[in-house]
Write a protein that binds this ligand. Structure first.
Ligand code: GLP
Length: 242
């Protein structure tokens, strides 16, 4: 596990965007695994800026998002579909047909998840996966539990995740109580994984990810210690317990 500590959030976003841009240059039809949350906002801003300056071309890139709330339509501002369009997709030359997100409104959710995974597999898997880090160590929406799921699934959200994510909603009652997420097996099948985290509130989670000497389902991020190509990029604040 490679760890990069940056001075601040801006540098974290720039360093991560440079890795993305280089990977896209090397493989223009790269399959990117994308994530939401507040952490990757700066990364997407940098990528949009690089696109505007002709430094990166998304015309052949294929994207798969990691997770989505159940029950939020893509027109809902809190859906991850809406987030991705606002923060990245609407501003770069990604082809519509190359954008993939789990569908939180599907009436046949189980089948749609099987299809989603198959599509990833048939295209050869995700080359580069970006992900934030939940304060409780969740990855995507793989929440701490007595066992972790390998495949894409619907999961109830833990109280702490509902609390943490309520800042985006008007009231806590509006936060969906379940979500779709790619499973740990899907995430592990990615050829390279970058985890980003910033701010003092992530310091404990970052410390557990980097320094824990055991893997535990009570902290899903610790499983990343077993993956051969993980880079953790954190700002000074998030790194303060390392
Ligand atoms: C959310 C998402 C994760 C994200 C994490 C951290 O609930 N499901 O994919 O990485 O929690 O969010 P943030 O970046 O806002 O701290």
């Amino acid at each position: 596990m490679k760890v990069i500590i940056t001075e601040n959030y801006e540098e974290l976003s720039k360093v991560t965007a440079n890795i993305f841009a280089a990977a896209i240059k090397e493989n223009p039809s790269i399959k990117l695994g994308l994530a939401t949350g507040s952490t990757p906002v700066g990364l997407y801003e940098e990528l949009v800026e690089m696109y505007k300056n002709n430094e990166v071309d998304f015309s052949e890139v294929i994207t798969f998002n990691l997770d989505e709330y159940v029950g939020l339509d893509k027109t809902n501002e809190n859906s991850y579909n809406y987030f991705m369009h606002e923060n990245l997709f609407n501003h770069v030359n990604l082809k519509k047909e190359n954008i993939n997100l789990p569908d939180g409104m599907s009436s046949t959710i189980e089948q749609s998840l099987i299809d989603y995974q198959l599509k990833i597999e048939n295209l050869g898997g995700i080359d580069l996966q970006i992900d934030g880090l939940g304060e409780n160590g969740h990855i995507g929406f793989n929440e701490p539990d007595s066992a972790l799921k390998l495949n894409a699934h619907v999961t109830p959200l833990t109280e702490s995740t509902i609390q943490a994510n309520s800042r985006f909603f008007d009231t806590i009652e509006e936060v969906p109580t379940s979500a779709i997420t790619l499973g740990m097996g899907n995430i592990f099948a990615s050829k390279a994984i970058i985890i980003i985290a910033n701010g003092a509130h992530k310091a404990k989670a970052v410390n557990a990810l980097v320094n824990s000497t055991e893997v535990t389902t009570q902290n899903p991020s610790t499983f990343l210690k077993l993956h051969p190509n993980v880079t953790v990029i954190v700002d000074k604040e998030a790194a303060k317990l390392l």
